[in-house]
Design a protein around this ligand. Structure first.
Ligand SMILES: *Cc1c(COP(=O)(O)O)cnc(C)c1O
Length: 348
C-alpha cells in the first residue's frame, strides 16, 4: 500500500495537509531572495545549519541529522533497522498503532517488512498494552506519533520508555511533527537512557517549510552514527537550509501561528459542541471531528466550494470523521461556516 498523495484543486483552501496556510515567515523569503549564483552551483555545507538547529533543539550537534523532510528520516530509520538486524528467513516486523500517518506503512513496505497494526482503544486512548503485546523478537521499528496524527492525542508520560525497554532490538521512532503546537518533546535525558529511541521533527508544519523539505532526526550520537551512512551526502538542497536558518531566526512568526492554531481549535470545539458533533481535543494544528454518515459527501461538498479537508472515515476508529487543519483563524471560520451549511442548513 504505497502512500497516496491527496488530491489538490489549485486555488483551493488547503485544510487537508496541516500546513501553515499563512505561508512561511517573510524572513524566509527575504533570505531566499538573497541566494547567489554560487549558492546554486556549489554543493551545500551542513555544519553551520546543523549547529544552529541543534542549539534550537537544545542538544549537541552530534545528536542531530537534518533530513529532506521528516519523510526521509522515517525511511532511513526503516532501512537501517530492518536491513541491519534482519534474521535470515524471518521477515522484519514494523509496529504501527492505528490510526496513524500513512507514511509508516509505506516505509515498512519499502523494505519488505511486515506491518503489524495495533487497533485503537476507545476514545483513542494510547494503546500501551496493545503495543507491548505486539512486540516480538522480529520487531525492528515501532512508529509512535506525539501528538498523534490524525487524532491530535498525546502519548502519556512514561509510555515511550516502557516501549523502548520492551523492544531493545527495535528502533522506537517518536514522530514529533506537531511538537511546535504541543509544546512537549521527548528530546532530553531519555535519549541517553534508551538509545533505541529516535525523535523525528519537521519544519514543514509550524514553520511553514513543507515545499522546501526540511526535517531532522534526533538521537544519541551512537545511534545516529549508524543511520548517517544511509543518507545521500547532499540530501537537503541549499535553498532548504537557507530557509531553515531564516525560519529558526523568526520565533515570533511560529509563536503567532501556534497562537492562531490554539484559537482555531477552540472555535472548532465550540462549533462542534453547538452542532452536537463528537471531536477529540487536539495538541496539534488540526482537529478530528465526527460529522457522521455523510463524511465523504461533506468533504466533497466542501471541495466543490474550494475548501479541502481530509476525509478520514476509512481509517481505523475514525468512521464518519473529517480531519480539519486548524491554523489560521480566518481559514478555520470559512471552513466551519461552509461545513455547517452542508450539515445543518438553515431552513426559512
Ligand atoms: C506531515 C507529517 C510528516 C512529514 O513531514 P515532512 O517533513 O513534510 O516530510 C511526518 N509525520 C507526521 C505525523 C506528519 O503529519
Amino acid at each position: 500500500m504505497a502512500y497516496q498523495r491527496p488530491e489538490v484543486t489549485s486555488g483551493a483552501l488547503r485544510l487537508h495537509f496541516n500546513e501553515n496556510t499563512a505561508g512561511c515567515s517573510p524572513a524566509v523569503l527575504a533570505a531566499l531572495r538573497d541566494m547567489t549564483r554560487a549558492d546554486a552551483a556549489f554543493y551545500p555545507e551542513y555544519g553551520d545549519i546543523t549547529a544552529r538547529t541543534a542549539r534550537w533543539l537544545g542538544v549537541e550537534p552530534e545528536r542531530v541529522l537534518l533530513t529532506n523532510g521528516l519523510d526521509e528520516g522515517l525511511h532511513l530509520v526503516a532501512q537501517w533497522a530492518v536491513w541491519h538486524s534482519a534474521e535470515h528467513g524471518a521477515p522484519a516486523e514494523v509496529i504501527v498503532p492505528e490510526p496513524a500517518f500513512e507514511m509508516y506503512a509505506a516505509c515498512a513496505e519499502a523494505v519488505r517488512a511486515t506491518v503489524v497494526r495495533v487497533m485503537p482503544q476507545p476514545e483513542f486512548a494510547f494503546a500501551l498494552d496493545g503495543i507491548l503485546a505486539a512486540i516480538t523478537s522480529a520487531t525492528r521499528v515501532i512508529y509512535l506519533t506525539d501528538p498523534n496524527n490524525p487524532t491530535g492525542r498525546p502519548i502519556p508520560a512514561g509510555a515511550i520508555e516502557r516501549i523502548a525497554m520492551a523492544a531493545p532490538r527495535a528502533i522506537v521512532l517518536v514522530d514529533e511533527a506537531y511538537a511546535d503546537f504541543s509544546g512537549r518533546t521527548a528530546i532530553g535525558p531519555l535519549l541517553d537512557r534508551t538509545r533505541n529511541v529516535i525523535i523525528g521533527r519537521t519544519f514543514a508544519k509550524g514553520h511553514g517549510l513543507a515545499a522546501l523539505r526540511v526535517g531532522a532526526l534526533v538521537a544519541h550520537p551512537d545511534t545516529l552514527a549508524r543511520i548517517r551512512p544511509l543518507q545521500p551526502p547532499y540530501s537537503l538542497n541549499a535553498w532548504a537550509i537557507t530557509a531553515l536558518g531564516a525560519a529558526l531566526g523568526d520565533r515570533a512568526y511560529v509563536e503567532w501561528y501556534v497562537a492562531q492554531s490554539a484559537e482555531s481549535r477552540a472555535r472548532v470545539y465550540a462549533w462542534a459542541d453547538r452542532l452536537g458533533l463528537a471531536y477529540w481535543p487536539s495538541e496539534a494544528n488540526f482537529v478530528l471531528v465526527r460529522v457522521g454518515d455523510r463524511a465523504i459527501e461533506a468533504a466533497a461538498a466542501l471541495a466543490a466550494r474550494g475548501i479541502l479537508v481530509r476525509d478520514k472515515s476509512s481509517a481505523p476508529g475514525c468512521a464518519g470523521c473529517l480531519r480539519i487543519t486548524s491554523g489560521v483563524v480566518e481559514h478555520t471560520d470559512r471552513c466551519l461556516e461552509a461545513l455547517e451549511e452542508f450539515l445543518a442548513p438553515r431552513t426559512n
